[in-house]
Design a protein around this ligand. Sequence first.
Ligand code: ADP
Length: 502
Amino acid sequence: MNAVLRSWRTSLERFRFVRSLRFRVVAGFLVFFTLMLSAVGFIFREMLISILYGQTAQALEEEWGGTKGYLRIEHQRPLWYFDRFDPEESLIVSRMQRVYVITDANGIVLEVSSIYRNLGVDRLVHIQQVLRSPEPVLEVRKDDTGTPYLVRQGAVLDDKHRLYFLAIGRSMADGMRTVNKFAWRYFALMPLLVVLAAVLGWHLAGRGLRPLHDFAATAHQITGSNLNVQIPLRNAGDELDELVEAFNRMIERLNLSFEQIRQFSTDVSHELRTPLTAIRGQLEVALFTAKTTEQYQDAMVNALQDVEQLSNIIRALLLLSQAESGQLALQLHPVNLTDVARDMADQYQIPAEASAIELNTQIQNDCWIRADKTQMERLLSNLLSNAIKYTPQGGQVTLRTLRLPDGKVGIEVEDTGIGIAAENLPHIFDRFYRVRASHSTAIQGLGLGLSFVSWIVNAHGGSIDVRSHEGRGTCFCVSLPPAEPAPMPASPPAVVSESLPG
Ligand code: ADP
């Protein structure tokens, strides 16, 4: 049993090794290298053979010219004319006569050398074809022992201008032997080259991939509580550095997200604890110190208000998390922002008057956008309620809708309120962020309203900008993509808007 397990584990290990990147890189390289070496070997061999063929053909061409000087056919008999005492001429003629045949036009052999006979004397059909051909015919033939000969065949005339078939040949054995020797050595050397390439490739791949192992080791150290790890850059400027850079950026972003989640949990617990402590206090008052019915009632009313605030926080958080997790599907339709803005301005007239604030409107007609009307109302409601909240008595709030020069549709909510200090501006859209200034902490809020506003704007493909001067006022400017007006003039009656608490 143990033996089976062990062999199974070993085969698994082997399998893993085969699947390693290093192995695959080297194996791929070796296959390519072997194929390339073989191709180069074959190409070189073919090139050498064709050079050899060309050289032999050239030599035969010269010999063919020589036959005209030494060979004559008289009375249907080939006669060789040369000076037998001249060693050079004797050598030339004897070389011609080594591989040689001459026949008449009917294929009757007049003279043939023994080597040519071994190559096979030509058939009549072939002889007639050669005699008709204007060009000489070149072909490679092998004798009984397999030795290759290049043979040149053509027509010659006798003194009566009759056609005869002449073929001379030359052995290519020496040249082929050299070529084959070269090929054999080359292919015999190949395994050695492949082994060397394998060793070198294995070493180089190991060196090249080592940063990946470091990379994996660092990645193993990363946990939810240890996201400050960074993989050191090698500054090689290669793809691995690019990967390390991207990985480090990813860790930074994860760290930021984890930090935000941690911060969010702290904020949520803090925000929930405050009303809970107050409720507990009120209940303790009711239980231990209240004596009269009024005191009981007071305690209960206060506790109820805190419960209301608690449920407001939970409702807002739920909505925000639904929005951010994509569960809050937008119902997009052509919406005339002009109508929505007018409705909202009407709704906020009474709260504005109650706070002794003048609420003005500058609303352009026909500002069409493609939007979820309820969310647009929520957006305006949050901005207007903030503007009224953070503007002291006697101040002014202006709501504008307008078509911007770039064709987009703008919403502006401007107030002459307490303003926001420049250092706080980058954070006001963060969840639970509230400006901790003496004049604003007294004002009730959760710090969630602007987070929701920002989500609504983004979900509609728009952008939001804030201009503010401390003590002089704030302007929230929203820009949204325009849309074609709805085909039907009548739009459904406006739903009473709901603003997020805070
Ligand atoms: P909340 O109003 O509940 O505090 P918001 O998310 O709506 O939460 O706003 C975040 C912070 O931005 C507020 O606490 C406030 O300090 C600041 N703020 C928002 N609107 C205005 C405004 N119109 N004028 C001055 N400060 C503002």
